[in-house]
Design a protein. Structure first.
Ligand SMILES: Cc1cc2nc3c(=O)[nH]c(=O)nc-3n(C[C@H](O)[C@H](O)[C@H](O)COP(=O)(O)OP(=O)(O)OC[C@H]3O[C@@H](n4cnc5c(N)ncnc54)[C@H](O)[C@@H]3O)c2cc1C
Ligand code: SF4
Length: 482
């Protein structure tokens, strides 16, 4: 397994084409806006080296028997699935943000099943290709970007009916040595901190869309790939002299639009090619795994609850019954979320490929709760924090020879706590509920791994309502079914 410095060095060797705020980024690794997101991924390497977290953060490869980072592992038991949920909470709590490495893990696990199933039906050789690729990822301890979401243009139209055919990523050429693809993937988490990009289709395809039913992996610096970084609320605070106004002084996340401008993919890296019948399965399996992965939000919730309790103490209100009750409510919501990600893992099962798959109904219920509870936890944190969270002067004002003394004096809470500490924790709550980390904690909770309606469709499909009717009718003596 790589150490954090080895991971960072390996990124330095990549030649990525990255644009941020209209400029090409010459040094991606040290860019001040991007760097906190790299720090968060690097922590997934650091925790795997820590004996205290070995059981959660590492696993045994089912291919080589070697010890590997769990983020590159194919789940071999429900115990593995439970450890994955625990890993999400652990790393979320250590970083207070999106640590980006789960999308690739979820793509690998979904592909381990779908490639097997395509081969079983069509006699293809995707699974053996995939396992070779997986071993490379495990041996090199790589970060993979999981690229599913297409730009999608007019949402009411399928890929082949879009005014611009590139609004879903597609195959534009089939060659003896591979394929050429064109299109883009939107909202890509951790894209420029990744060694590899794993592309999957974004929706269920029909025959007319078969050029869009494609899955493959390419090195992230493959010719023809361009990254356009997304903005996050308050992102340019990272360019300021001090660090305090960032809220989270070390870690962050990022997303990017990845453009594939006629990118060549050799056959040994193609895992689905026009088998449109399996596009829906791949989407569903990836989405269910990724919905489980939102255990990360429980860890970030732990940070926000800790921050809310701290500001309550700094403001001298921690003994007020309504404040105590709000902290209880925040914990209740957060632990309810934890129940969901543990439950869908515990109720997982073995698929024909040998990979263990989460219970999809429970994974969707978990993600549906994720679209709601973090917003309520954030609301309660803002309630406890008070208005100063959004009217706070800057770190520079606190340090100003002219007005610093006023900031220090008038923004004091309880007399035993330095004003600076009070400002720091308010900035953290701002960061999590309105700033850069709110991208991950709130809006990503809403839309990441599919918008709420996507889960409701799955819940309506998977909840066995007919069976529920049967038992209800039986209990009240209705015999029509018999
Ligand atoms: C922070 C963040 C990180 C992400 N990271 C990744 C990543 O790493 N990899 C990845 O592949 N994806 C990623 N995503 C993408 C995520 O999966 C999508 O945001 C999600 O699937 C919703 O798609 P959309 O954003 O295009 O919204 P839209 O599809 O535009 O949805 C907006 C609304 O329209 C509704 N809607 C959309 N289409 C239809 C329709 N046909 N009929 C009726 N209603 C419709 C939706 O239900 C929703 O209410 C990320 C998203 C976010 C916000
Ligand atoms: S939002 Fe959570 S699950 Fe998704 S990549 Fe970030 S940390 Fe992982």
């Amino acid at each position: 397994m790589k150490t954090p410095p080895e991971y960072i060095d390996s990124l330095r060797k990549l030649n990525l084409v990255v644009y941020l705020l209209g400029e090409r980024v010459s040094n991606v690794v040290d860019d001040p806006i991007i760097r906190p997101s790299l720090n968060a991924v690097a922590l997934t390497y650091a925790l795997a080296q820590d004996p205290q977290y070995e059981d959660i953060m590492t696993a045994t490869s089912h291919i080589t028997g070697n010890k590997i980072n769990r983020f590159t592992h194919i789940h071999q038991s429900t115990e593995d699935l439970v450890k994955k949920s625990k890993m999400g909470r652990l790393v979320g709590a250590h970083t207070g943000c999106c640590f980006q490495r789960c999308v690739g893990m979820d793509a690998l696990n979904a592909l381990s099943m779908t490639t097997y199933d395509i081969d079983a039906k069509f006699g293809t050789e995707y699974n053996s290709r995939f396992l070779k690729y997986l071993q490379y990822v495990q041996d090199e301890d790589l970060v993979c970007d999981g690229a599913m979401t297409d730009p999608k243009g007019d949402r009411s139209l399928p890929p082949h009916q879009q005014a611009d055919p590139d609004l879903f990523l597609r195959v534009v050429e089939e060659r003896a040595d591979g394929i050429v693809v064109r299109g883009a993937k939107a909202h890509q988490t951790g894209a420029v901190n990744s060694h590899e990009v794993i592309v999957m289709p974004t929706i269920t395809m029909r025959e007319e869309d078969k050029d869009y039913a494609v899955s493959f992996a390419v090195p992230s610096d493959t010719e023809g790939i361009t990254y356009i970084m997304g903005r996050q609320s308050c992102d340019t605070r990272k360019l300021e002299k001090g660090k305090m106004d960032r809220g989270n002084v070390v870690f962050g996340g990022h997303e990017a639009l990845i453009v594939f401008d006629d990118v060549f993919v050799p056959w040994d890296r193609v895992f689905m090619f026009r088998e449109y019948e399996f596009s829906g399965q791949l989407v569903e399996q990836f989405a269910s795994y990724h919905r489980q992965s939102y255990s990360c939000k429980v860890g970030v919730g732990d940070v926000l609850i800790g921050a809310a309790q701290t500001i309550a103490e700094y403001n001298g209100v921690e003994k007020a019954s309504h404040v105590k009750d709000k902290i209880v409510e925040m914990n209740h919501l957060n632990e309810t979320l934890y129940c969901g990600c543990i439950a869908c893992a515990s109720e997982g099962h073995r698929e024909p490929s040998g990979t263990y798959y989460v219970d999809p109904l429970l994974a969707n219920v978990h993600k549906q709760n994720i679209t709601r509870f973090p917003y309520e936890i954030a609301r309660l944190a803002q309630d406890i924090a008070g208005g100063l969270m959004v009217t706070l002067p800057s770190e520079e004002d606190l340090k100003s020879p002219e007005v610093g003394k006023y900031v220090e004096k008038y923004l004091q809470g309880t007399s035993d706590v330095p004003t600076e500490n009070r400002m720091r924790v308010l900035r953290l709550i701002e960061n999590l509920t309105l700033g850069t980390a709110a991208v991950g904690y709130l809006t990503e909770s809403m839309h990441g791994a599919g918008s709420p309606q996507a889960q409701r469709i799955m819940i309506s499909r998977l909840a066995n309502v007919k069976e529920k009717q049967k038992i209800a009718k039986k209990l009240c003596g209705i015999t029509e079914d018999e």
